[in-house]
Design a protein around this ligand. Structure first.
Ligand code: NI
Length: 270
């Protein structure tokens, strides 16, 4: 099974044809999709969509670029705990730092990011991290708080990727890896062990070649997996299988429960 670990299905471009989007994803072997929340409203929407489709799970949170538009009450984040009790919610995202668009409130971005990381630890959830022009600050925060999660749509050097992996964080790889001139992310994929790579679209943005510049869809995940397999010189099936294992490892919800493993490792139930 292929998995899209990061998409924005609450975008209007998907909402108008959601049945078709999910159906086409499944026809192309993409049977699990994780949709993000970027503020309260889109998080509620993400949960609603996840409730409607077996294939879809939700992550909830406040995106760094949405912080300025949020009310004080929204920034208190009480709603995250409430929404998190829904069984379709499997993590906190999309959260992080973005110094590309607006550098005037970096401190507030850090404060809200850290608050959400602390919540994720309290809820035992992984996080999906947005880091744009902010990798060093993101890394410093990860070193202090040590959350589990993924640096989504990774844009940094292979050395930086290795630093995140050292902390047990996964590297999200999307359509950019298929672009001819994307030397840096290709090098990241080459150098990082497949055990730490997740596939994602970040749709509706960043469609892979040959669809670059058009709307992205979860059905394109096999194109990204194929590019990863070419760079690593392995079969695409290996990429498909390992990414599924990685997702199970991080989210711990789709792995098969083995009674003996449980018995061997803990005695709580007995
Ligand atoms: Ni995103």
């Amino acid at each position: 099974m292929f998995i899209d670990t990061h998409i924005h299905l609450d975008d209007n471009r998907y909402l108008v044809e959601l049945d078709k989007v999910i159906k086409e994803a499944k026809q192309n072997g993409v049977s699990k999709i994780i949709t993000m929340g970027c503020d309260y409203k889109s998080s509620v929407m993400a949960v609603e969509i996840a409730n409607r489709y077996d294939e879809v799970y939700a992550m909830i949170g406040i995106h760094p670029s949405e912080i300025k538009k949020c009310s004080e009450e929204e920034l208190r984040l009480d709603w995250i705990k409430e929404l998190a009790s829904n069984p379709r919610v499997i993590g906190i995202g999309e959260i992080g730092l973005d110094y590309y668009w607006d550098k005037t409130y970096n401190d507030l971005q850090k404060e809200i990011f850290i608050k959400q990381i602390e919540l994720s630890k309290e809820l035992n959830f992984p996080i999906s991290v947005h880091s744009r022009d902010a990798n060093q600050d993101t890394l410093d925060i990860m070193k202090v708080y040590k959350p589990k999660g993924v640096i989504h749509c990774f844009s940094g050097s292979s050395q930086m990727a290795a630093e995140f992996v050292k902390l047990g964080l996964f590297i999200g790889v999307g359509g950019v890896v298929t672009f001819k001139n994307s030397r840096v992310i290709k090098e990241v994929v080459e150098k990082i062990d497949l055990k730490w790579i997740l596939t994602e679209t970040d749709g509706p943005y960043l469609a892979p070649s040959p669809y670059r510049g058009t709307q992205n869809f979860p059905k394109y995940i096999p194109i990204i997996a194929e590019e990863i397999s070419k760079i690593k010189e392995i079969d695409i099936k290996e990429v498909e299988k390992q990414v599924e294992e990685n997702v199970n490892r991080l989210f711990n919800i789709w792995g098969e429960f083995v009674w003996e493993d449980c018995y061997a490792s803990c005695f709580v139930c007995f």
